[in-house]
Write a protein that binds this ligand. Structure first.
Ligand code: NAI
Ligand code: MG
Length: 356
C-alpha cells in the first residue's frame, strides 16, 4: 500500500476551482486502486490571506509543508496585491526552499483542432521542455543604484553555477536517454558571452556521458521560430529559467492555450516535496463563474502520478483527457465548448472509471 500526503494550496481566483477538480481525480484514482491512498491538508494561503494577515503564508509555512510528499497548487495573484509579492512570497519561496530545480512542462498537442498552426498533428507537437527552475536569470541578484536620479543604473545578474547548470542538463540527458528521444539545448552563446557560452560547454561536456543521445543546440531566437514553423524538431528540450519561461508560453500557444498547460516543479532527490500546478495564473477575468478549464490542473495530477512511480495512472489520466478533447461541445469556452469546470472534472472522473 502506498500513501501520499498532499498539501493543497488552492490560492486565488480560479485556483480553488481547478484544484477541486484535480482532487476529484485523485479521489477517483484512490477509489480504483486498492494499493494507493492519499490524504489532503488544505492551506488557506494566497492573496486573500495576505489582505487579512499581511503575509502570503504563515511565517513557518515552509516548515509546515516540509513533511508532505507533494504540494498541489492552484494559482496565486489577485488585483490589490502586487504580483511581485504574491509570486515571490509564496510560489518562488516554495520552489527555492524545496530546491525544486527541475520544471517539467509538457508541450503536446492533444487534438489537431487546438493548434493555430496549419497542417500540424499530435505527432508533430509532442515535446517535454525541461526548464532550469532555481537560478539563472531569475536568481534575483542585482542592484538598483541612484534610484530616481539621472545617473540611475540597474543590474540584473544571471547566476549560472556549475552545480546548477550541470544538474539540470544531466537530468535532461537522463530523460532523453531513458525515453529514447533526441535532446535539444536552447541557449544564446553568441550574445551572452559568459552565461550561455558556459551553458553550451556544460551541455557538450555532460553529453560525453550519453553517447547514445542525439543532440541539437539552437539559439533561443531561432528556437522560437522553430517552435512555430517546425515543432516536430523538438522532443526533449533543456533550457534556462528565463528562456524556458518564454518558450513554454509559445508551447502553450501552439497547443491550445493556458487552459491546457501543466507544470511540475521537481526536487528529483525527493529530499523535499515537489509541487504540481497548472501553468496559468488566477485568471480574475473568469474567476467564480465556472468558466475555467481544469484540464491543465488535472494534467499536473498525471505528472504527479508519473513522479511517484505510478505511471499507469499518469498515462490513464492523460489518455482520459485526450479522449475528452474529441467531444468538442463538452469542453470549456476557452476551447469553444459550453461545459463548466465542474462538468469537465466529472466527465474525466467517469471516463477514468470506465477505462480501468
Ligand atoms: P492568467 O494565466 O491568470 O490569465 C491569462 C488569460 O488566460 C486570461 O484571459 C484567463 O482568463 C485565461 N486563462 C488562464 N487560465 C485559464 C483556464 N484554466 N481556463 C480558461 N482560461 C484561462 O494570467 P494573468 O491574467 O497574466 O495573471 C492573473 C494573475 O495571476 C496575476 O496576479 C498573476 O501574477 C498571477 N499569476 C500566477 C501564476 C501562478 O500562480 N503560477 C502564474 C501566472 C500568473
Ligand atoms: Mg510564465
Amino acid at each position: 500500500m502506498k500513501h501520499l500526503s498532499i498539501a493543497l494550496i488552492p490560492g486565488d481566483g480560479i485556483g480553488p476551482e481547478v484544484v477541486a477538480e484535480g482532487v476529484k481525480i485523485l479521489r477517483t484514482i484512490e477509489e480504483l486502486d486498492p494499493e494507493l491512498s492519499f490524504s489532503f491538508t488544505e492551506f488557506p494561503w494566497g492573496c486573500e490571506y495576505y489582505l487579512k494577515q499581511g503575509k502570503m503564508m504563515d511565517a513557518d509555512g515552509i516548515d509546515q509543508l516540509q513533511n508532505f510528499d507533494a504540494i498541489y497548487l492552484g494559482a496565486v495573484g489577485y488585483p490589490g496585491v502586487p504580483d511581485h509579492i504574491s509570486l515571490r512570497d509564496l510560489l518562488i519561496k516554495i520552489r527555492r526552499s524545496f530546491d525544486q530545480y527541475v520544471n517539467l512542462r509538457p508541450v503536446s498537442l492533444l487534438d489537431p483542432s487546438f493548434t493555430p498552426l496549419k497542417d500540424k498533428s499530435d505527432k508533430d507537437i509532442d515535446m517535454l521542455v525541461i526548464r532550469e527552475n532555481s537560478e539563472g536569470e531569475y536568481a534575483g541578484a542585482g542592484e538598483w543604484l541612484y534610484k530616481g536620479r539621472p545617473e540611475e543604473v540597474v543590474l540584473q545578474t544571471g547566476i549560472f553555477s556549475r552545480k546548477g547548470t550541470e544538474r539540470i542538463i544531466r537530468y535532461a540527458y537522463e530523460e532523453a536517454h531513458r525515453s529514447n528521444r533526441t535532446l535539444t539545448s536552447i541557449s544564446k552563446g553568441n550574445a551572452l558571452n559568459y552565461s550561455m557560452v558556459f551553458w553550451d560547454e556544460v551541455f557538450e561536456e555532460v553529453g560525453k556521458e550519453y553517447p547514445d543521445v542525439e543532440t541539437y543546440s539552437y539559439l533561443v531566437d531561432a528556437a522560437s521560430l522553430y517552435f512555430v514553423s517546425d515543432p516536430e524538431r523538438f522532443e526533449v528540450v533543456v533550457t534556462s529559467n528565463l528562456f524556458g519561461d518564454i518558450v513554454t508560453d509559445i508551447g502553450a500557444g501552439i497547443t491550445g492555450g493556458l487552459g491546457l498547460a501543466a507544470g511540475a516543479n521537481i526536487n528529483p532527490e525527493m529530499k523535499y516535496p515537489s509541487m504540481f500546478e497548472p501553468v496559468h495564473g488566477s485568471a480574475p477575468d473568469i474567476a467564480g463563474k465556472g468558466l475555467a478549464n481544469p484540464i491543465a490542473a488535472i494534467w499536473s495530477v498525471s505528472q504527479m502520478m508519473d513522479f511517484f512511480g505510478e505511471e499507469k495512472w499518469g498515462k490513464a489520466v492523460l489518455d482520459t483527457i485526450k479522449g475528452l478533447t474529441v467531444e468538442k461541445e463538452n469542453l470549456t469556452p476557452d476551447l469553444g465548448g459550453k461545459a463548466t469546470t465542474n462538468e469537465i472534472g466529472d466527465r474525466i472522473s467517469e471516463k477514468l472509471q470506465k477505462l480501468i
